[in-house]
Design a protein around this ligand. Structure first.
Ligand SMILES: NC(=O)c1ccc[n+]([C@@H]2O[C@H](COP(=O)([O-])OP(=O)(O)OC[C@H]3O[C@@H](n4cnc5c(N)ncnc54)[C@H](O)[C@@H]3O)[C@@H](O)[C@H]2O)c1
Length: 359
């Protein structure tokens, strides 16, 4: 018996498939027999997981355009007629959001609205899983262990854009009965994702990889900051649970038939400081030279999310703790240094190995 039977032969539109999480999602969806239709911009970095692991070979279709263009989004989705949409595409970084708040809001808010509008107009779509973040919670620094009922806010343009996307999602979800539209809209809020194939700037692991390969110091802004670190496959696992649930009709029979918000976070013991992560990476990979620099922008000192609801109601829980997550990540980047031609096979093996622990 397969873990996610409703994914088999389902046509799933994945936005953001050229990025870090999107690439891993494609490996997992293929493993469960889905037909994947990718929609994104071209990979933003060189190197990229998309090219290194040959993600394109996993796809049934691969389309590149800007999700802020509502006409093209609606035309594309209504013609494609997918059964479900996993919406990952975003400007996902805090620091660039200070430089380009307009572009960040356009992609993250209006891009999401465009996807929801296209889904609403496409009868084949049974549901959308939209990926937001742990940073959607209004974090005043007093209380920092958030569950799904906590207030939404956002201290920087990225966080605010994701919080605003959540408001738009709520508006669409609550309007579905008025539109006589049977559709599910779930949101998934995850923590700080680590894993092989992330090449974004101003993220700890890719910055670490670049510091090692260029033999330059790694600039650390906030060593004591505590974050909910998770391996990318733990999040992908949560997304597949939601997709399988809505495709099988299980969500529609639940107390929230139009969908709801879900936290996917690590065990509290895996919410550790940047310092501690650096120490673990140093042990399983190589030590980088660290240079402490002051942070120029606001950063919450502590952030934790409570995943009790996903554990109790979805039966989801992360199968990889922080130590194994670091080992898998180090294995991936070491392979990139020495045998980059093996990265497709390695990404596939790490994915299979994660999901084999669930069956
Ligand atoms: N990586 C993390 O630590 C983390 C944590 C919490 C939430 N998230 C969320 O997960 C999702 C994926 O993040 P990631 O780290 O994989 O990001 P990424 O930067 O690696 O990938 C982003 C993807 O979105 C696409 N995209 C960006 N702007 C677009 C546009 N205007 N039109 C079409 N496509 C566009 C890119 O082409 C790419 O495929 C995002 O929604 C992000 O906010 C990430």
């Amino acid at each position: 018996m397969t873990l996610f039977p409703a994914l088999k032969d389902a046509d799933i539109l994945v936005t953001g498939h050229t990025g870090f999480t999107g690439g891993w999602v494609c490996f997992a969806l293929r493993q469960f027999g889905a037909r994947i239709h990718g929609l994104a911009l071209p990979p933003a970095t060189t190197p990229s997981l998309f090219h290194l692991a040959n993600v394109e070979a996993l796809l049934t279709s691969h389309t590149l355009f800007d999700i802020a263009d509502h006409r093209t989004v609606i035309e594309h989705v209504t013609a494609l007629k997918p059964q479900a949409i996993l919406h990952l595409a975003a400007q996902p970084l805090v620091l660039p959001s200070y430089d380009d708040p307009l572009g960040t809001f356009q992609t993250n808010v209006m891009g999401t609205v465009n996807i929801l509008e296209a889904a609403r107009r496409t009868e084949s779509v049974k549901g959308v899983v939209t990926i937001t973040t742990d940073k959607v919670y209004a974090n005043k620094g007093r209380h920092n262990h958030f569950n799904e009922t906590d207030r939404i806010g956002g201290h920087d343009p990225y966080s605010a854009s994701k919080a605003a996307a959540e408001m738009a999602i709520d508006g669409y979800r609550l309007s579905l009965p008025s539109w006589h539209r049977d559709m599910v809209i779930d949101t998934a809020r995850g923590g700080n994702i680590i894993g092989g194939g992330d090449w974004s700037t101003n993220r700890l692991i890719p910055d670490y990889a670049r510091a090692l390969s260029s033999n330059t110091p790694l600039l650390i802004r906030n060593p004591q900051a505590t974050r909910p670190w998770q391996h990318v496959l733990c999040l992908v696992h949560g997304y597949l649970v939601l997709l399988n649930r809505l495709l099988s009709g299980e969500t529609q029979k639940s107390a929230e038939p139009y969908g709801e918000a879900w936290n996917f976070g690590p065990a509290p013991s895996d919410c550790v400081s940047v310092d501690s992560i650096l120490d673990k990476i140093g042990q399983s990979w190589r030590r980088a030279n660290l240079e402490m620099v002051p942070s120029a922008v606001h950063e919450a000192r502590t952030l934790e999310i409570d995943a009790t609801k996903a554990k109790q109601r979805l039966g989801w829980q992360p199968k990889i703790g922080i130590d194994e997550a670091i080992l898998l990540t180090a294995e991936w980047y070491k392979t990139h240094e020495h045998e980059p031609e093996r990265l497709g096979a390695l990404t596939e093996r790490q994915t299979e190995s994660y999901f084999s622990q669930l069956s």
